[in-house]
Write a protein that binds this ligand. Structure first.
Ligand SMILES: Cc1cc2nc3c(=O)[nH]c(=O)nc-3n(C[C@H](O)[C@H](O)[C@H](O)COP(=O)(O)O)c2cc1C
Length: 147
C-alpha cells in the first residue's frame, strides 16, 4: 500500500495579496509540488489561508518546509500532519479556491485529527477533510457549470 502523509494548516497573509501575487505564489508552489509528487489545495479569503498538502513523506516535508520558511504569511497553525491511505487531490499540484470567509472558517475550525481505529481498513475522513472535500466538489461543479 503506498504510504502518503497529509498536512493541513492555517495562516495569515503578512500583507494583502494582489491577484498577481497570488498567481505568482501558485505558479511557484505548483512547480515545486509537481516535482516533489505533492498534491493538494490552497484556500484563500481576505488574507486568511488554509492549505492541504498530500503525497510521499519526503515531498510533503520539503514543500511544507518551504511553506514554513515563507515570509509572506505568519501565524501558521498546524491542524494535522499524519499518514493517509490515499490522495484526494491527485490531479492538483495545488488547487486553488476562494471560498466565503465563513466556509473557510468552518473548514479551519473543524476537527482534523481522524479517529484512529487500527482494525478499520477504510477509516472515515476527519470532519475537517470531509468539509474540505464537500466544498471542493461543489467548487468544481460551480466552475464547470459556469463554463
Ligand atoms: C500560503 C502559502 C502557500 C504556499 N504553498 C506552497 C506549496 O504548496 N509548495 C511550495 O513548495 N511552496 C509553497 N509556498 C512557499 C512559496 O512558494 C514561497 O513563497 C517561496 O518558497 C518563496 O519564499 P518567500 O515567500 O519568503 O519569498 C507557500 C507559501 C505561502 C505563503
Amino acid at each position: 500500500m503506498p504510504s502518503f502523509i497529509a498536512v493541513a494548516y492555517v495562516s495569515s497573509a503578512c500583507r494583502r495579496f494582489t491577484a498577481e501575487a497570488l498567481d505568482a505564489l501558485l505558479v511557484d508552489a505548483r512547480a515545486f509540488n509537481a516535482t516533489a509528487g505533492v498534491s493538494g489545495a490552497l484556500l484563500h479569503q481576505d488574507g486568511s489561508f488554509f492549505q492541504y498538502l498530500e503525497g510521499p513523506e519526503s515531498g510533503v516535508a520539503q514543500a511544507y518546509s518551504r511553506v514554513k520558511r515563507s515570509r509572506r504569511h505568519r501565524g501558521l497553525i498546524e491542524l494535522v500532519a499524519a499518514p493517509v491511505e490515499q490522495r484526494h487531490f491527485s490531479t492538483w499540484s495545488m488547487g486553488f479556491a476562494e471560498p466565503a470567509a465563513s466556509e473557510l472558517q468552518s473548514i479551519a475550525h473543524a476537527t482534523w485529527r481522524a479517529e484512529h481505529r487500527a482494525a478499520c481498513l477504510h477509516p472515515e475522513p476527519s470532519p475537517g477533510l470531509a468539509l474540505l472535500l464537500a466544498f471542493w466538489k461543489r467548487a468544481q461543479f460551480d466552475r464547470s457549470s459556469a463554463a
